[in-house]
Design a protein around this ligand. Sequence first.
Ligand SMILES: Cc1cc2nc3c(=O)[nH]c(=O)nc-3n(C[C@H](O)[C@H](O)[C@H](O)COP(=O)(O)OP(=O)(O)OC[C@H]3O[C@@H](n4cnc5c(N)ncnc54)[C@H](O)[C@@H]3O)c2cc1C
Ligand code: SF4
Length: 337
Amino acid sequence: MREFTYRRAVDTAGAVALLDADPGARFLGGGTNLVDLMKAGVERPERLVDIRGLPLDGIEPTDDGGLRIGATATNSDVAAHPEVRRRYPALTQAVLAGASGQLRNMATVGGNLLQRTRCGYFTDLSRPCNKREPGSGCPAIAGEHRNHAILGASEHCVAVHPSDMGVALTAFDAVVTYETADGPGELALADFYLPVGGTPHQETALPPGALITGVTLPPAPVGALSRYRKVRERASYAFAIGSVAAALDVRDGVVRDVRLAYGAVASRPWRARAAEEVLRGAPADAGSFAAAADAELAAARPLAHNGYKVTLLRNLTVAVLSELAEPTELAQEGAVR
Ligand SMILES: Cc1cc2nc3c(=O)[nH]c(=O)nc-3n(C[C@H](O)[C@H](O)[C@H](O)COP(=O)(O)OP(=O)(O)OC[C@H]3O[C@@H](n4cnc5c(N)ncnc54)[C@H](O)[C@@H]3O)c2cc1C
Ligand code: SF4
């Protein structure tokens, strides 16, 4: 591992100034992804600016009935917060579906959104990878890609974003706030991740050196129940091979409002807007849910070995929306576990 220096930031302005003065520096959240990548030689920062001591770990209601979650709040604190559990149960479920208790105690909200892909070639320095080394090629397309993208990929990169939290935040229209040396800014999560195109190494629209300060959730859709379901290859401590975050508001058997996002299918959490459009005003039944999934997945372009994800996502969409449409007592109790 290459030598680096370490500074602990004491205030937001100081943290931003340290990175502004040193383009070779990186912010350190919980370190659960960055330090692993440093050990692998994928990330090689000259300086780490530790932001865990910044006063950015609060979780508070906003005046308009939404919720503000600080960037250094740990994944565990987000999942356990009573207002998150009450108003955005899918967010609690998504966070608890990720990693392990120890990791969630360390990992932060900002770090979770900026974690890098788990594509095996990305961390294997003996292989080319356009994301790690622009222009070197993408061996995953002809190689190992069982857990790679079916939506929104390009011939330059087919990796998926691994975050569970980000999928629920995308369904809830979260807005990311940040601070730079030129002042504050914000990005809707829908605009936060860049399309892959020919530049898979450029992952977000954050300005260089920006410090994420938090995410803001707008008020939850009235009467909406929400749920996160994750499919993985073993029951815990594994990344998703497909996931769905959904919120549904049904009146008199008709879908009044819906939010739907998919995980582990694209380079970013995937908002299923085509499916939402089909659902608004449709009967809240399995036929509509399947038609909605089909509308979204019509754009899927699976590779040789990941076509199973199309079926998986279709079935998952129908299952999660059916649960939300007819919440049994058991499903209600299980909304937050
Ligand atoms: C074994 C294992 C299993 C895992 N399983 C899952 C899983 O199932 N689901 C899931 O979603 N995740 C999973 N994770 C990933 C884990 O959730 C992430 O590693 C974690 O969320 C990253 O947060 P962190 O605070 O540790 O980030 P760090 O590692 O500290 O940072 C990650 C990146 O974000 C940048 N950064 C951090 N905070 C900020 C900020 N405020 N502003 C700007 N830049 C910032 C850093 O510079 C770095 O580039 C797993 C990780 C491991 C090691
Ligand atoms: S899919 Fe993306 S991350 Fe994986 S090898 Fe190809 S370019 Fe690299």
